[in-house]
Every structure is written in structure tokens, then in C-alpha cells.
Ligand binder design. Structure first.
Ligand SMILES: [Ca+2]
Length: 328
């Protein structure tokens, strides 16, 4: 009897170890980040850096690649520097992608993404225009089911204007506006899409006191990060009449790291339609532009998950901590 119990115990132990090992393998997601990170460049936003560092060294997912869209050589170097300082042992490959929205052909990024999708299911965190994603899936639409989820920094509830206050000019839905045709190609495919952009990020405001630990840091790169974030605070005050700044991409990334803090509605109809342009300048010049909107009242069959304002009090301390960490 004792021998039987022991045999059963051994079998159970082997079985449970096997299950633990298997479930550990299955649980860890593979995430591809597509980004227009140009951190440090004059007048460029700082959001991508904050989003990427929030995703580094996570237990629940691995970053299997970073694709660059609209970032160029500067973006490549900036992303390399970021990883060297915040995740020196992670060995995350960076791939150059489309430089402009007209670069719809194959790039190192689109081909690397295709290769990964041929082997694994991947979650996409898209913090820039969808140019690389559309290129990867072009003539490879059979890879679409391999995309577990595409989390996009963009979209709005119907008729929402991205205006922080009466004095500030309305902001663009930048990633969608810059390359609407690529996003439309992706939207036509059967991929679960999560829109977490302007409205999700609104409560996530960083102030000067939130950056203190970077200023005092011995690491020179983190002092550089402080300088640039501080400069970004200045831009927001001067041009948007706003105290603090909102790192939009970081709130999009929160869907991966802090899903419980995200206030998202599933299966909401999505529509892309022409309307009067509220950001008639630069690459969105024109009387009308396309808008990516959701509403429960639309009769569109295409549905997405849409994220409303995040519980910033839960996510912000984590983000601040991630900024501060100096890897050994
Ligand atoms: Ca971005």
C-alpha cells in the first residue's frame, strides 16, 4: 500500500511538474512592439520611450521584436540606446521598417514580423502608424489568425475632439491620421483589435515631481531622459497650456501590463468616415479627413475593444518605478 501511494505520489509529482512547465510556456505571451520612437529628437514626443520601458522585463510576456515605423536611422539609434540602458540583457532585436507612409513594400521589420507569425501567435502593440503591420500581412493574410490581439494607440468615441482645453489646438489621431490606408487594410482583416489612445490616456498625467528620481540618478542616460521629459513638460505648458504631460503610448501599453486598470468595452462597432478636419495642418491638411470612431449606435459589423480612461492611480506608480530602475 505504501509502495502504491509512493508510486502515485511520484506520478502525480511528475504530472504536476509537467503541467507547471507547460502552463509556464503557454502563459507567457509573445509581444511585438511597433513604434515611431524618436526619443531625444527636438520637438518629438517622449511617449514611446515610456511605453517601451513599461513593457521591459515582464513576467507575463516577452518582447520578441521591435519594429520601427516613421522613425528612421535616428529612431533606430534611440531605441538601441534605450534597450542598452534599460534592458541590457534582454537581447531584443530591433528592425527598421517604413520611413514614410508611402513605403508600403517589404522592410526588415515587415519580414521579421512575417517570420515570427509563421512560427507563433503574437500580440502586437502598435505605438506608431500601422505601416509595417499592413506590409507584413500584405499577400500574407493567412497570417492574420496568428495575431492574438493588435493593441493600437488610436481611435476615439464618436465626435470626440482631442482638445485638452479651450486654448489648446486639437490634437491629431496621429498614428491613424499619418497612415489611414495601412490601418484600414488591417481593420479589414479578422484580427482582434484594441483601441487605447487619447481617451484612455487622459488621466495619466506626469508632472515635474514625478521625474525627480531621474534627475538625481547616477546613470547619465537616465539624466538625459530626465532632461528630455522636462523639456516635454515645457512644450506642453507653452503650446497646450497644460500643467504636466500625458504619455499616450504608455497608456496603450498599460493594456498589456495592467489590464485590470484599463476600462475597456468589448465588441463595440467601429467606423471610418470622412468628416470636417479639426487638425487642418501638416500631414492632415485638407477640409476633411478620415476619422476612426466607435459607438454602440453604429450598425457596422466590424467590432473592436475600446478603452476609456485608465485607472491612472494604479498604473502611474508602476510607470514611475520603471523609469527609475537601473539594471545591474
Ligand atoms: Ca508613438
Amino acid at each position: 500500500m505504501i509502495a502504491q501511494v509512493m508510486i502515485l505520489a511520484v506520478i502525480f509529482s511528475l504530472f504536476s511538474n509537467h503541467c507547471t512547465a507547460q502552463s509556464a510556456t503557454f502563459v507567457k505571451k509573445r509581444v511585438w512592439i511597433d513604434t515611431d520612437n524618436k526619443f531625444g529628437k527636438y520637438n518629438r514626443d517622449v511617449d514611446d520611450l515610456l511605453a517601451i520601458i513599461s513593457c521591459l522585463n515582464q513576467d507575463s510576456f516577452d518582447i520578441v521584436g521591435i519594429g520601427l515605423a516613421r522613425a528612421g536611422h535616428y529612431g533606430y539609434k534611440a531605441t538601441q540606446k534605450l534597450l542598452k540602458n534599460y534592458a541590457p540583457n534582454a537581447k531584443i532585436p530591433i528592425y527598421q521598417g517604413a520611413i514614410h507612409n508611402r513605403d508600403t513594400g517589404q522592410t526588415a521589420a515587415s519580414m521579421a514580423l512575417q517570420d515570427l507569425l509563421k512560427q507563433h501567435k503574437i500580440t502586437l502593440l502598435v505605438l506608431g502608424p500601422a505601416t509595417n503591420i499592413a506590409a507584413a500581412l500584405h499577400q500574407n493574410t493567412q497570417l492574420a489568425p496568428q495575431i492574438e490581439e493588435l493593441i493600437f494607440c488610436g481611435g476615439r468615441t464618436e465626435n470626440t475632439v482631442f482638445q485638452l482645453n479651450k486654448k489648446a489646438f486639437p490634437m491629431r489621431d496621429a498614428n491613424f491620421d499619418y497612415d489611414t490606408s495601412s490601418f484600414l487594410k488591417v481593420l479589414r482583416l479578422d484580427i482582434p483589435i484594441v483601441l487605447a489612445g487619447y481617451e484612455a490616456a487622459l488621466p495619466l498625467i506626469l508632472h515635474r515631481q514625478d521625474l525627480k528620481s531621474l534627475k538625481r540618478n547616477k546613470n547619465s542616460y537616465q539624466r538625459f531622459v530626465y532632461k528630455k521629459l522636462n523639456r516635454w513638460l515645457f512644450f506642453w505648458k507653452k503650446f497646450l497650456y497644460f500643467e504636466g504631460f500625458i504619455p499616450f503610448d504608455a497608456a496603450t501599453a498599460a493594456y498589456l501590463t495592467h489590464k485590470q486598470s484599463c476600462n475597456c468595452v468589448e465588441n463595440i462597432p467601429v467606423r471610418v468616415s470622412w468628416k470636417i478636419n479639426d487638425t487642418n495642418r501638416g500631414y492632415t491638411k485638407g477640409k476633411q479627413k478620415l476619422y476612426l470612431e466607435v459607438s454602440a449606435n453604429f450598425d457596422e459589423k466590424r467590432k473592436v475593444t475600446f478603452c476609456n480612461p485608465i485607472a491612472a492611480h494604479q498604473f502611474k506608480p508602476f510607470l514611475i518605478e520603471k523609469m527609475r530602475v537601473v539594471p545591474k
